[in-house]
Design a protein around this ligand. Structure first.
Ligand SMILES: [Mn+2]
Length: 226
């Protein structure tokens, strides 16, 4: 199986190439970002499980919009219907992850997810031990031991309106002591009673310093400790 990322393909060049007709299938989304708007008239099919966005109607396109736990379920069903020889049972892996291994508490899986996964397992050689497969994937996904700092920064990177948002994994441990301090506000922690002085609180910009400057970022203002 070959995994290709979209930035490995020069879609713009393909679009501008007059000798070919670029056909694009949007999967797991049905809208285009500003930078992808040039693909607008190349979209021939939508396969998505998100709630319908009325601003994107895609007239003339083949639309498969259905609220299921995993978009991979819809992709697999589409392959069963149109290209059964291309079915690879590994496609059930993202379904396991998206539905949290069909856990009742997660309440993500629909009957369609279940049926398609059963069909995939029947069609392929994948281990039928779903718990084992699920645990192996979760373990592999959370293993960052071989990633460099650069890898970590781009690992879950999302770009929204040109703004990169890094999804950095971080282990947060809240001890009971800290929770008690915060939950019951037993002690002020520097901001409230002013141990942290005004000039130690900064902001990259303020509309008007006196009224909305960073020194106003205190929940409760008590007399400053000198
Ligand atoms: Mn999705």
């Amino acid at each position: 199986m070959i995994a290709l990322c979209r930035d490995q393909i020069d879609l713009k060049a393909l679009k501008e190439n007059t000798k070919i007709k670029l056909e694009t299938v949007l999967v797991d989304h049905h809208n285009l970002s500003d930078e992808d708007m040039y693909l607008m008239d190349s979209v021939v099919k939508i396969i998505d499980h998100r709630p319908r966005d009325e601003r994107w109607s895609w007239p003339g396109g083949e639309i498969h919009l259905e609220s299921v736990g995993s978009c991979a379920t819809l992709v697999a069903r589409n392959l069963f219907d149109k290209h059964p020889h291309m079915i690879d049972s590994q496609i059930s892996s993202p379904i396991l992850i998206d539905t949290c291994n069909f856990a009742k508490e997660a309440n993500r899986a629909t009957i369609v997810d279940v049926e398609v996964t059963n069909a995939l397992e029947k069609a392929g050689s994948l281990s039928l031990d779903r718990d084992k497969v699920f645990n192996e994937i979760v373990e592999a996904k959370s293993d960052i031991s071989r990633l460099t700092t650069d890898d970590l920064l781009i690992r879950d990177l999302k770009v929204t309106s040109g703004i990169p948002i890094v999804g950095l994994p971080m282990l947060v441990k809240i001890t009971r002591v800290v929770f008690q301090l915060v939950g019951q506000c037993i002690f002020p922690l520097g901001m409230e009673e002013g141990k942290i002085p005004d000039d130690a609180i900064t902001a990259s910009s303020s509309y008007e310093t006196k009224s909305v400057g960073p020194q106003n970022a205190r929940f409760t203002l008590l007399p400053t400790v000198k």
